[in-house]
Design a binder for this molecule. Structure first.
Ligand SMILES: CC(C)(COP(=O)(O)OP(=O)(O)OC[C@H]1O[C@@H](n2cnc3c(N)ncnc32)[C@H](O)[C@@H]1OP(=O)(O)O)[C@@H](O)C(=O)NCCC(=O)NCCS
Length: 178
């Protein structure tokens, strides 16, 4: 479980990249979060698509309503979510790093894959994280998740460890600030 960050200056003004607007989640994003959470393809390496009715009952009115969570918008359309949180250092991989670190997570609807949106948003979020938080950032993803591994490499993450968790081999990578 990734724990929320505490930031006294959240929400911040949206961040603009070449093609995207990165903004805090809002209630109008809920339907897309439900679609993403129940989609078997999106969740192939995340434990499988969740039952939509269960998700509907569990998801708060504003999904991912906590600091350092970003909705990725392209031309006013939702193309993904990316967020930073605190990974429990006692979980596998944590012992390989000294001091505090952040974990980057990301999910996009299938229609938004293959356009470089995650790479563009991730680069901007990491610049913001370097300036605001200045801590190492880790990514933990199934070793079989080729797209996620390619994205992590594009964003400058390098392998720190591999381990077994959730009945699958996990790739654990780190990117130092700056
Ligand atoms: C992981 C995930 C976000 C990656 O999405 P993605 O679109 O492949 O990632 P990128 O933003 O790096 O895009 C790279 C692709 O866009 C293409 N692309 C097109 N225009 C581009 C541009 N202007 N700049 C960069 N890449 C561009 C690249 O060629 C590449 O295509 P390819 O994979 O067919 O070679 C997405 O697959 C996903 O949501 N998966 C399900 C959730 C998941 O598993 N999350 C991991 C949890 S840690």
């Amino acid at each position: 479980m990734v724990q929320p960050l505490v930031l006294d200056d959240w929400p911040l003004a949206p961040i603009r990249t070449e093609r995207l607007l990165l903004r805090p989640p809002e209630a109008r994003d809920r339907e897309v979060f439900l679609d993403m959470g129940s989609d078997p393809t999106v969740n192939h390496h995340l434990g499988g698509g969740r039952d939509r009715a269960t998700l509907e009952a569990e998801l708060p009115e504003v999904p991912a309503d906590r600091p350092a969570q970003f909705v990725l918008e392209h031309d006013g359309r939702f193309v993904g979510w990316m967020g930073l949180g605190r990974r429990d250092p006692s979980r596998p991989g944590g012992a390989a790093l000294e001091g505090p670190f952040l974990e980057l997570s990301y999910v996009m609807p299938v229609a938004a894959w293959g356009h470089g949106y995650a790479a563009e948003a991730g680069a901007a979020i990491l610049v913001w994280s370097d300036e605001r938080l200045g801590e190492p950032v880790v990514v933990c993803t199934q070793a079989a998740n080729d797209r996620s591994l390619a994205l992590a490499a594009r964003l400058g993450f390098t392998e720190l460890a591999r381990f077994e968790e959730f009945d699958a081999e996990q790739w654990f990578g780190v990117r130092m600030p700056g």
